[in-house]
Design a protein. Structure first.
Length: 427
């Protein structure tokens, strides 16, 4: 009989006091509004009980929160959502170089400024020095640094003799390390090694601009082999497409994610047939609309021309989203020096996405895409306590998505904005 009672207690998440997480790991967050998930009604005057790094319970004004639990006063009083994912980042800034041996004081500020200050509890590194990114990830997981979960695609693969013109100023030693497989077997071997070193996906440059209008393209055999090997290893294939022809080649090869819309050539359009194929084959898109204005401004393209080109990319996003395509939020930060994602939210809204569609691109969509929908992306009991507290409601102004008061990952406060005005910093 005692064994039966014990089993029932364990099934009910424990009845002995020593099974409850320590008091320091159990705390309460309150908010003026809670978005459980993009497709569900928000809860006003809500609370979230966090226990041992997971969400224990969620309630609203109609249900009193538990008493005697520590309250996160500095983070309470805002709009609560699930933690955000930035699906396109790079840890290529010199501030992250030599991450294995740099001090916490050197690494923590740039890490916070690029990620957690804007609510990102998960990021996808789409191309950095793999060893350096792995060292950064390991130090975060060991608790030496406070940062997001890092997914990485390892080293990007380029067409044979196809390094894009905008990377040619890299040091020769770095350029020699950029993989440019000539055969399917060579591509597969590179990917196997990348996964052995901690990658969860592969990034392919299926088309690369060489300057003066020339585009170098990855062979179909190499692309298909890369997709096959990545899938065999349980990863996702991300693609830099460059132009509509590159998009078509990527879709035909069966890739998972396009990491950009396209602006080459100017007046770049995605046909209704192409968009339909993308949606039918479950290809996701990371728009990176903010990047295009950033790049064109660097090239001194006149404002009116720049705005027209960005508008073309917005139309691509609008057509894809309207057709039911899965949109993932990403900014290309790290390559792009502008850390603030506010403009990306504004441009996505201008393309016709609703605030809840943008929230989905930050939460439920990437969780589903990366096969993590059963543990993150929603504010739900049993899920990881990855949370963002905003200082305003993004349903009324999408700029509020960047107005982050607190960022919590696995129940730990990674970023708390000081109450006084000034430059945000991590706790």
């Amino acid at each position: 009989m005692k064994q039966v009672v014990l089993l029932l207690c364990l099934a009910a998440a424990g009845c002995a006091s020593n099974q409850r997480p320590a008091a320091a790991d159990r705390w309460l967050l309150t908010g003026t509004r809670l978005y459980v998930a993009p497709g569900e009604p928000p809860m006003d005057n809500a609370w979230v009980l966090v226990s041992g790094g997971r969400i224990e319970a969620v309630g609203s004004a109609s249900v009193a929160p538990p008493t005697g639990v520590r309250r996160a006063e500095a983070c309470s009083g805002g709009v609560i959502t699930a933690g955000f994912q930035n699906s396109h980042v790079h840890f290529t800034d010199p501030a992250f170089a030599g991450a294995a041996g740099r001090s916490r004081d050197e690494l923590q500020p740039p890490l916070s400024q690029m990620t957690t200050r804007f609510g990102f509890t998960t990021v996808v590194d789409t191309g950095s020095d793999p060893a350096n990114t792995l060292a950064l990830r390991q130090r975060i997981e060991r608790g030496e640094l406070q940062g997001p979960a890092i997914l990485t695609v390892g080293a990007s693969l380029y067409p044979e003799n196809g390094i894009p013109f905008y990377l040619r100023d890299l040091p020769p030693a770095v350029l020699q390390q950029l993989p440019q497989p000539a055969t399917a077997d060579e591509a597969s071997a590179i990917i196997r090694e990348s996964f052995e070193h901690g990658a969860q996906g592969t990034k392919l440059f299926v088309a690369t601009p060489q300057g003066r209008g020339e585009i170098r393209r990855m062979s179909a055999d190499v692309t298909r082999a890369a997709v096959t090997e990545t899938r065999r290893l349980g990863g996702l294939v991300m693609v830099h497409p460059t132009d509509p022809e590159g998009v078509s080649a990527a879709v035909e090869a069966g890739v998972d994610i396009l990491v950009h819309t396209t602006i080459d050539p100017p007046k770049s359009t995605w046909s209704a047939e192409l968009v339909g194929q993308m949606v039918a084959r479950h290809v996701s898109v990371i728009p990176t609309l903010q990047l295009w204005g950033y790049e064109l401004a660097k090239a001194d393209v006149p404002t009116h021309v720049r705005d027209g080109i960005v508008a073309d990319a917005e139309r691509q996003l609008a057509a894809f989203s309207s057709a039911g395509g899965q949109v993932l939020f990403g900014t290309d930060v790290g390559y792009m020096a502008d850390l603030d994602p506010t403009e990306e939210y504004v441009l996505m809204a201008h393309a016709g996405l609703t605030p809840m569609q943008i929230l989905a691109s930050l939460t439920t969509a990437p969780a589903a895409r990366w096969s993590a929908a059963e543990r993150r992306g929603r504010v739900k009991p049993g899920f990881d306590a990855d949370l963002v507290v905003l200082d305003g409601d993004p349903a009324t102004d999408v700029r509020r998505f960047a107005d982050v008061k607190c960022t919590v990952r696995a129940g730990r406060e990674l970023f708390v904005r000081p109450p006084a005005s000034g430059d945000p910093s991590s706790p």
